[in-house]
Design a protein. Structure first.
Length: 374
C-alpha cells in the first residue's frame, strides 16, 4: 500500500514531493497531463523559453520561491522595465506616455523560463514516483486507506494509499471527481466558490528579430483601457541578455469572445501592437496560450471571469478530511499569496507539516503499525 498519493504534478505537488523525499517518506505523484508543471508552461522557441503561464516572482514579498530558486541553483534576472510606459485609452488616437517608473515592482524571471523550476524539482525525485497521464476520476474512503481510480488512456487503474493530497484546483475536483462517501455540502460549496487563478485568461508572446521598442526608448509596458482592446496589458518578454526579443500581452477578450474571434485574433493582436509600438511590431510570430481551453486547468465555473479580485480566505480548504486521510493542497488553498507560485509553495509547506504531525501522532499511538509505512 502506498503511503501518500499526491494528485497533481504542478509546483505545489512537486514541492511537497521534494519535502517528503527529503524526509524519506513513501509517496508517488499522479499527474493528468503528459507533462509536469500545471499552469507553469515554458515553450522553447528559437533557443528561447517562452513563459505562457506565470513568468514572475517577487523576492521582496515571496520568500519561499526566492529561497527555492537559490537552493536549486537557478539563475534569476530582473524584469526589464526601463523606458517609457504607454497608455492607450482611445482606439482612434496614438498612445500617450504613462510613466517611466518600475511597473513590475522588482519582479524577477528565470533564465530558461519558469519551466526550469519544474525541471529542477522533478530532477530531485526518483523517476519511478512520477506518473503522467493519470486523470483522477474517483476517491473512495475505506477504514484505514483511500482507494483512487484513474483514467489512463482507455483503461482505469486503481491505486490504494493511506493518505491522499489533492494538489488540484478545488473547482476541478468538485466538478469532475466522484467522492465516496460524498464530501459534505459546505465543503463542496467552498470548492465551487474558489476561483481557479488565471483559468479564464489567455496570454500571447510575440517573438521578434530584435527588441526594437528598447531602441526607441520604450519599456514594452503598455496599458490599453478602451472597450475595443485586444490586449489590456503588454510587457517586455526578452531573455536575460535581450538577445532574444519578445513582447508579451494578456488578451482582453472573455473566453466566449476569444472563441468567437478565434480566426481574426492574430490580425487584431498585431494591429494593436502596431498601434502601440510602430510598424516593426507587425513582423513578429505569435504564440498564444488560452488557459480557458485547458481541461486540467479551467472548470465550467471558471469560464465566467470573476467580477472582482478573488479572495482566497476559506479555512475549510486548509483542513484535512476523512480522519486525516484526505488533504487539499495547491495555490488556491494557501493562506498567503494564494494563486501565485509563492502560494503553491506555502500550501505544499502546510500539508507537509500536517502530514508530519499526523505521522508522529500515529507513531506514538501505534509504532509497530505506522512506524515505517506512512
Amino acid at each position: 500500500m502506498l503511503g501518500i498519493a499526491i494528485i497533481g504534478g504542478g509546483l505545489s505537488g512537486l514541492a511537497l514531493a521534494r519535502n517528503l523525499q527529503q524526509q524519506g517518506r513513501d509517496f508517488a505523484v499522479f499527474e493528468a497531463r503528459e507533462r509536469l508543471g500545471g499552469r507553469i508552461l515554458s515553450v522553447p522557441v528559437d533557443d528561447m523559453a517562452l513563459d505562457l503561464g506565470p513568468a514572475w516572482f517577487w523576492p521582496k514579498t515571496q520568500p519561499r520561491i526566492h529561497r527555492l530558486v537559490a537552493e536549486l541553483g537557478l539563475e534569476a534576472y530582473a524584469q526589464h522595465d526601463q523606458g517609457t510606459v504607454l497608455n492607450l485609452s482611445d482606439p482612434d488616437k496614438a498612445p500617450q506616455p504613462y510613466s517611466t517608473g518600475s511597473i513590475h515592482d522588482g519582479a524577477q524571471r528565470l533564465a530558461g523560463g519558469m519551466g526550469s523550476l519544474i525541471e529542477a524539482l522533478a530532477a530531485t525525485l526518483p523517476a519511478d514516483v512520477l506518473h503522467l497521464g493519470h486523470t483522477l476520476i474517483a476517491v473512495i474512503r475505506h477504514r484505514d486507506h483511500v482507494e483512487l481510480h484513474f483514467r489512463c488512456g482507455d483503461s482505469v487503474q486503481m491505486i490504494v494509499a493511506r493518505r491522499v493530497v489533492l494538489a488540484v484546483p478545488p473547482r476541478l475536483l468538485e466538478e469532475r471527481v466522484c467522492f465516496e462517501p460524498p464530501l459534505d455540502e459546505a465543503l463542496r460549496q467552498s470548492m465551487r466558490a474558489t476561483y481557479t487563478w488565471m483559468a479564464d485568461q489567455a496570454k500571447v508572446l510575440v517573438t521578434y528579430a530584435q527588441p526594437f521598442w528598447r531602441a526607441a526608448g520604450l519599456a514594452g509596458n503598455a496599458f490599453v483601457e478602451h472597450e475595443q482592446a485586444m490586449l489590456y496589458e503588454t510587457f517586455d518578454a526578452c531573455d536575460a541578455a535581450g538577445d532574444k526579443a519578445a513582447l508579451g500581452g494578456f488578451i482582453a477578450l472573455s473566453p466566449a469572445l476569444r472563441l468567437s474571434f478565434q480566426a481574426g485574433m492574430p490580425i487584431l493582436i498585431s494591429s494593436q501592437l502596431v498601434q502601440l509600438f510602430g510598424r516593426e511590431a507587425d513582423d513578429g510570430t505569435q504564440h498564444v496560450q488560452d488557459w480557458a481551453t485547458e481541461v486540467y486547468t479551467s472548470s465550467t465555473l471558471d469560464q465566467v471571469p470573476p467580477g472582482r479580485h478573488p479572495a482566497y480566505d476559506d479555512p475549510a480548504l486548509r483542513r484535512s478530511c476523512w480522519d486525516a486521510r484526505l488533504y487539499f493542497c495547491g495555490s488556491e488553498t494557501a493562506s498567503y499569496a494564494a494563486g501565485y507560485m509563492e502560494g503553491a509553495l506555502e500550501a505544499g509547506e502546510r500539508v507537509a507539516y500536517m502530514l508530519n504531525a499526523e505521522n508522529n501522532a500515529a507513531y506514538k499511538s501505534s509504532p509497530s503499525t505506522y512506524g515505517r509505512s506512512l
